[in-house]
Design a protein around this ligand. Structure first.
Ligand SMILES: NC(=O)c1ccc[n+]([C@@H]2O[C@H](COP(=O)([O-])OP(=O)(O)OC[C@H]3O[C@@H](n4cnc5c(N)ncnc54)[C@H](O)[C@@H]3O)[C@@H](O)[C@H]2O)c1
Ligand SMILES: [Zn+2]
Length: 291
């Protein structure tokens, strides 16, 4: 069989096909989910008119949006790796105690993500961005994800609140560089054989914000600009327990903006949300956005 590069037309056909499928699935999901689905009728109409009227639209996405691309979330099923709790490995303490193990963990996650493709939820947000920008609206996509799938779907100027698994940072001089070549898979790699900084030979670490660490000041400024006076905030696939992103919905609500949550479950911020779309983001987003 002959292989050829995907053309722009192929990509757009695939995208249309994905949207069509998502809409069909949404209907099936709505039919089957009964009470739990708050999708149909007046809520959708009201959401659509708030979206139409909004001048500034901000999106906060979390691990749930990439779940249907096959990338495990940290909480819930998939939160374990070799019997380690993923949330305990993504910490500076775990890296200080055992850098080899944490490197292996990120190597494993990068392999999963490298083989993954964006799903209809990622594409729906890319289409929303294009639509908002054509209409002269301000649009910002803030993500807690480190997988790069929003950019792979075509979204631009994505604010990566928690960094990227595709970049590394030197623990010694803070120099940021690309991901290293994959290292040996065995445990207990001696520290001197772990990826090293090209400038100073210091130990490299993934350039991501681990639990217990602070976000970069510039990133926080971008997020605050996007949230200030925002008319509509979409909160997608986040358990809303990780600060500071967990505080974004209450902040927007406090200044009179509307919040719409897309999640398969209720979260601590659900009560701050005017709109709740229960269900998988890859199904609910295209259907709710009408894209
Ligand atoms: N893909 C990634 O880049 C990735 C994956 C896992 C964890 N992380 C990191 O871990 C931290 C976790 O915080 P978080 O709140 O983003 O994730 P989380 O793992 O804490 O929570 C995931 C949320 O997504 C919801 N969810 C699961 N499947 C869904 C679906 N199909 N559609 C909609 N919602 C769905 C769950 O109910 C849950 O509320 C962040 O710091 C993030 O950087 C990133
Ligand atoms: Zn260095």
């Amino acid at each position: 069989m002959k292989l050829r590069r995907a053309t722009r037309q192929d990509t757009s056909m695939r995208r249309n096909w994905a949207y069509g499928l998502a809409l069909k699935l949404a209907r099936v999901y709505m039919d089957r989910s009964g009470q739990r689905c708050s999708f149909a009728g007046s809520q959708l109409e009201e959401f659509t008119s708030v979206l139409e009227a909004a001048h500034k639209v901000t999106v906060l996405s979390g691990a749930g949006i990439s779940a249907e691309s096959g990338i495990p979330t940290f909480r819930g099923a998939g939160g374990l790796w070799r019997n380690f709790d993923a949330t305990e490995l993504a910490t500076p303490y775990a890296f200080a105690a055992n850098p080899s193990l944490v490197w292996e963990f990120y190597h494993y996650r990068r392999c999963i993500v490298a083989a993954a493709a964006p799903n209809a939820g990622h594409y729906a947000l890319e289409a929303l961005q294009r639509k908002c920008e054509q209409q002269g609206k301000l649009f910002t996509l803030l993500t807690q994800n480190i997988d790069g799938l929003h950019a792979k779907a075509g979204s631009s100027n994505v604010v990566e609140l928690h960094g990227s698994m595709w970049r590394t940072r030197c623990c010694h001089c803070n120099n940021i560089q690309g991901a290293p070549e994959p290292m040996a898979k065995e445990a207990n790699i001696p520290s001197m054989q772990l990826p090293r900084c090209k400038l100073c030979n210091g130990l490299l670490r993934p350039h991501v914000v681990w639990f217990g660490e602070c976000l970069e000041v510039e990133t926080m400024e971008c997020a605050h600009n996007a949230l200030e006076d925002c008319d509509l905030l979409l909160v997608i696939g986040t358990s809303a327990v990780v600060q500071p992103a967990a505080g974004f919905a209450p902040l927007v609500k406090a200044h009179g903006g509307a919040v719409a949550e897309f999640n398969t479950e209720d979260t601590p911020i659900s009560d701050n949300c005017r709109f709740k779309f229960h269900g998988p983001a890859a199904v609910m987003l295209p259907a709710a956005l009408g894209i």
